[in-house]
Write a protein that binds this ligand. Sequence first.
Ligand code: FMN
Length: 575
Amino acid sequence: MLDSIRRCDDSKAQEPNSLSVSTIRALGLIAVSAFYKIECCNLRCLAARLSRSVTLNMNVKKIFVTSSVTVVVAVLLLAWFFSPYFLLLFLVFGPIIAVGTVDMLQKRQTVRRNFPVIGNFRYMLEKVRPEIMQYFVETDTEGKPINRLFRSVIYQRAKKQTSTSPFGTQWDVYRDGYEWIERSIYAAHPQDLEPEQRVLVGGADCLQPYLASRLNISGMSFGSLSANAVMAMNSGAKIGGFAQNTGEGGISPYHLKHGGDLIWQIGTGYFGCRTPDGGFSPEGFQKNALRESVKMIEIKISQGAKPGHGGILPASKNTEEIAEIRHVIPHTTVDSPPSHRTFSTAEGLMQFVKQLRDLSGGKPIGFKLCIGKKVEFVEICEAMITTGIKPDFIAIDGGEGGTGAAPIEFSDSIGMPLRDGLSFAIDTLRGFDLKKDIRVIASGKVFNGFHIARLIAIGADMVNVARAMMLATGCIQALQCNLNTCPTGVATQDPALAKGLVVEDKAQRVANYHEATVSSFIELVAASGVRSAGELQREHIFRRVGATQVLRYSDIYPEVEVGAYLKDPARARAM
Ligand SMILES: Cc1cc2nc3c(=O)[nH]c(=O)nc-3n(C[C@H](O)[C@H](O)[C@H](O)COP(=O)(O)O)c2cc1C
């Protein structure tokens, strides 16, 4: 290009009529100075105009057009009169003028239309806002949904880095809501306690009870998670001797490759046991239920992040492979129905539990829900008594729970928070004298040993964790699970991104996090003076509720006596 410019310059120099050229140049110079005389006024006022126009939403377009024309004319004239090399300035100004022109012509973003070029900064800054907040602005105790303090603990435990922290707590222990566990002078030695405190799941009708860890991986489907993330979690579960819940997306080959224990979840879409019209297929169910790795089966009624809204598989994540596993059309958004087709009453749910138990050869069957209408849970307990059919476990998920994708109103404004829902469910089961036969799993923002302890104190037997396991697998809380662009390859179906997640490395981290968190829980149990996790009671946990007032969980969530609702059924419905 430079050669051609040079040639062009040389050819002009050789023109015979050089006088007329200099006349034209002189005239040109007069024109330029006249033009700039006029523009001078504009330029003098440019700064003042710019600030005024930005605030008053006017004239930026005019300034852009005037400046662009000025620049184009100036560059052309400079090139004409002095050197064609001045045309190179278009490499700088050309793209700016092109961007501004596109901004003014596009119709989707008013800010860009009204403020060409500079309006783009607003969108650029908005895009990097989460990163700026996370890396530069948020404090250790502030980040949402999971603050840096908890994220760091999970990373440190997953990487087996230091297990201690310096200089004392970062929490304000006098703020409302601060919680702690009672410590005993006669604390036990953690090594004297049974190290894992495992829990046997399986009631009287269960033929294959499962000895479960206190901490397991909560339901997350292959679809919302990448194949590598699923494999890392499954392999971690195998190493650490705990279980992975498949989520409602069915059992994929990645759940089976490493041989970790599975809790197979069945949602309203019946993925993995689905008839062509979207109903429940007993044959399909039996095929998967009889697999060796499937240790328990969970009917998903609802999850805390979107109760009453079925699972959402965004079209971008619905690959050919996932569609084949789920028996749906690829590259379409798949919404699971909000409720089950197989039952519409509490008795119907119990009959479904029995059907699954029979078809699975007596494996533990349970259901997961976020408490909504309290009376419906009471009816379920009543149905257990009238039908004589009891689930082996019930998983209570809190409104604070996570999701791959959910409408914001559902995440923010529906579903009972975990501790309220859990205490209600435990009390209702106790009131009907059912708790002794049914194990209760709790999930919702469990990240460390204390989080486990306070839920066990309320009455849960085990906890499930989802996002903590994502973090252990390498998630950096980029908040892009619903966009298929997860930079760490955890929650994406983009093979290029997922490939970055090294299964063997992250599997060990998942196992490390599990081990360290369970042992920190056991240490707390020992410090509180009891000899087993099952002895933790609501009275062991304190909560500050005001500047001068502290309540025990037993005051906040008063316990219902065992069998109280059997004597007085109306009392249960009044809760
Ligand atoms: C990426 C992702 C996918 C999820 N998929 C399911 C699912 O398929 N079925 C389900 O019942 N819950 C699903 N959940 C909810 C979790 O199982 C869990 O109930 C909830 O996140 C609370 O746990 P946490 O606070 O430890 O994340 C999902 C959560 C996440 C973050």
